[in-house]
Design a protein around this ligand. Sequence first.
Ligand SMILES: *[C@@H]1O[C@H](CO)[C@@H](O)[C@H](O)[C@H]1NC(C)=O
Ligand SMILES: *[C@@H]1O[C@H](CO)[C@@H](O)[C@H](O)[C@H]1NC(C)=O
Ligand SMILES: *[C@@H]1O[C@H](CO)[C@@H](O)[C@H](O)[C@H]1NC(C)=O
Ligand SMILES: *[C@@H]1O[C@H](CO)[C@@H](O)[C@H](O)[C@H]1NC(C)=O
Length: 375
Amino acid sequence: MSKLNKQIYFSQVIVSALFSVSLIVDLIICSVNFKQVQFSYGPLSFIYGNQTRIHWHTTELSKTNMKAGKMFQSSELSNYHEVFVGDDKFKYQFKGMDAKFSYELPAQVDKFIVMTDIHTNNKYTSTMSTDFDFMVLCGDQSYGGSVADFNMAFKGFPTKPLIMAMGNHDEPGDFLIVNGRPKNFYQQVRNIGFYFIHVQRGTPIVDDQVDLGIEFLNQNVNLSAGTEHIFIVVHYPVYSAGYFGAHPYFTQKLEKFIDENEKMNIRAVFYGHDHSFGAFKRKQQYFIDAGVGGGKIDDLRNTSYAFDRAWTNESLHGPLAVPATCTQACYGYEYHLDSWMKYSRTEVNFEQGKIVYNVRDLDTNQLLKSYEQPL
Ligand SMILES: *[C@@H]1O[C@H](CO)[C@@H](O)[C@H](O)[C@H]1NC(C)=O
Ligand SMILES: *[C@@H]1O[C@H](CO)[C@@H](O)[C@H](O)[C@H]1NC(C)=O
Ligand SMILES: *[C@@H]1O[C@H](CO)[C@@H](O)[C@H](O)[C@H]1NC(C)=O
Ligand SMILES: *[C@@H]1O[C@H](CO)[C@@H](O)[C@H](O)[C@H]1NC(C)=O
């Protein structure tokens, strides 16, 4: 029990700190009528600025209040609930429920994981090892952004700290309420900075999203000033050997931004959408098409897709040849496709003098491939 009280603020719930000597949790969360909370999904624990945002959805529309010390405020009727906690290590419980939840974001990040395209299938997220500090999702958690979708996607979800992007399948629904964020946002986690940009669909609208996303990057470069490691997270592929492939307008704008900001310590760009893993390297940066974390596995691109490479070569590694239909800007300089056609997660390990990206098979837990990035 620590600095919680002063910094907590509340929304749609009563939160009361316990002062009993038999303290087992730091927070008790309850609805105004003290009925047992009926979850549709959650609680999810988001890293949110310098706070923690606990979010959950209840099956019943309920009017709840918020109260902390002398502060008391009535809320709107809602199924969506959130509470912000100004701490990064605490235990909490919902009134009437036995389950206790604990949250911790360690002072030093050793490992975070990246997953994408869960598409409502919680098979892996609910069973996988949670030996990481926090997780990043690159979008398409759902199929249509509905509560039923998120219910499936987040069933048994780790209560580990989470940050996530919106994919094209999340957009039709209430994703922005679930995420509590604008489409483009920056999140600092200790010595790591994440730019989440929103590019998620094919032509023609993708160009407008690209412009907004790149503008967001340009306007917010200083948010990460002095930050040791920077990552960009986006749903749409930058380089890809997958079914949908990259969109050259996006790829070229992002390359330009990265080239103009060489001092920014951008380590990698993570994305999804293509449902097949690929690691690409261009100059100092890795571009990781983080595969698929639950959705359908897609095959590699075939020759009928015009604006990208057709993977007629069985080699899984190589320098990228420049095909006649495209400029080199479409591909990065180096590709590694060892881990395609597998359900996988990417583990990002901070080690002495290097970052190690490990691709792990979610079905067998085997390490499929490891990429080292010397710093
Ligand atoms: C948290 O962030 C807010 C605004 O982003 C800032 O005003 C506040 O000082 C920060 N608090 C701490 C403890 O860093
Ligand atoms: C970022 O900071 C630099 C140095 O202080 C300044 O010159 C530049 O205008 C800033 N950029 C933005 C977008 O605020
Ligand atoms: C390539 O993709 C197209 C479009 O989905 C499909 O019709 C075609 O059969 C595929 N070709 C091969 C060789 O897989
Ligand atoms: C595939 O590409 C590799 C490396 O680029 C090359 O050495 C090899 O000859 C190619 N194989 C075929 C069948 O085209």
